[in-house]
Design a protein around this ligand. Sequence first.
Ligand code: NAD
Ligand code: 6OD
Length: 484
Amino acid sequence: MKIIQNYIDGRFVRGSREFPDINPADGSVVAQVSEADRSQVSEAVGAATSALRGDWGRLSIPKRAAILQKIADGIEGRFQEFVAAEVADTGKPVSLASKIDIPRGAANFRAFAELIKTAPLESYRTELADGSAALNYAVRKPLGVVGIITPWNLPLLLLTWKVAPALACGNCVVVKPSEETPGSATLLAEVMQEAGVPRGVFNLVHGFGPDSAGEFLTSHAGVDGFTFTGESSTGAAIMRTVAANVKPVSFELGGKNAAIVFADCDLEETIVGLTDAVFMNTGQVCLCAERIYVERPLFERFVLALKKKAEGLRLGWPTDETTTTGPLISKNHREKVLGYYGLARNEGATIVTGGGAPHFGDGRDTGFYVEPTILTGLAESARCVREEIFGPVCHIAPFDTEEEAIAKANDTKYGLAASVWTTQLKRGHRVAEQLRAGITWVNCWFLRDLRTPFGGMGLSGIGREGGMHSLNFYSELNNICVKL
Ligand code: NAD
Ligand code: 6OD
């Protein structure tokens, strides 16, 4: 059986224990994963620290950018291997991994290779009372050793979203991917080696969170800053741990995202967009819309149209090109999502479609599939309307006024993403500005420009990444003041 190893100081190494990497499509074991113990995590931090003191931190920006481009070339050169690793670990359809996950893995490196070359820095001429002056200017230094902890839903996309800007800024990293999805991160380590990234610059440790590689990393005083994507409750736990060493954090956390659909929308475009927004990646994208508010005159038509789309999704083997919807990530997550389907019934929901688990009569029955599900009729106070489910499910409710829709959309402790669907230009802008979300899309969803700020309010996160926001998080800006 294949052993997925850690990558520390430029070498692939076994850990002290192994755990299985499970294929969610049928529950089979893909590989054994070597779990890094506390001393190996420490070794990884030590290797990163030495590399930082070596040439990497001082490498010129054009040279660093060229290495980032080589990493992107490496991902593209081994595209099918990355797709296969992602599909085996997550169960996501091969079409999705090929269209979104792996291309974005390469694009993240290309984007930050370009951005770092043109990143502006502040400077001020300061006029003094005696008629003389001083020149203040900022210089960008690496933050240092960066700890990167990522989830399972978009493994390569989310990991490279952090590794690329961190390396662009001259940092060295210790990365801990989700225990559910170790494959693409390990392939990336191979690409790093092939691209000539010096040893110690990129280190990879496998394992779990508490009392494992995740916590060993966050409690290590030698790490200069942490960036994390995952559940809000995990973010809170990490924050408690890193507080002991007073380290900066950047957190991209959960969401309970709303979509507002006005009766004047282009219905066909809206249904296509929201089918993606609800069901893409089996609803396991932090930006997915789990609450849809539809203006009353359109409500019945909208529900029927989305139902038709949901029932047209093809739940299949992830490796089948025609599959649109794969399994959930794990047995535990399937139990959680099915638990919410049961709760929705108890809370008085009408199940418009779905609400259970499919039966295939083949190997997929030992996988972690659930039915795409649409709910209506719940009170805004229902747990299914308030809590992040992270599955292929949404609740649709009618509204009568713009103000009511905005108030309902904003009535959440989260604040990650929202979307507005209307053909009235002014209304689109007006509503978008009032929504409490890190990103609001108008007549689209998950359309990304990597230069823009990305992050969440409230329980959805701390800080912003993307473009200059990433470069600033992964840098220390030193101000130099010269008396002229
Ligand atoms: P998770 O929080 O369970 O795990 C994420 C990572 O944290 C994993 O690598 C895990 O091993 C590690 N971890 C867990 N406990 C830890 C601890 N105490 N110390 C250190 N590390 C620890 O999240 P998940 O289930 O993998 O992902 C799903 C969640 O992620 C959802 O809530 C989703 O909304 C969120 N998410 C948010 C974004 C965003 O950009 N805002 C993107 C993707 C996913
Ligand atoms: O597109 C991105 O940069 C990003 N961070 C997406 C997050 C998706 C959450 O599952």
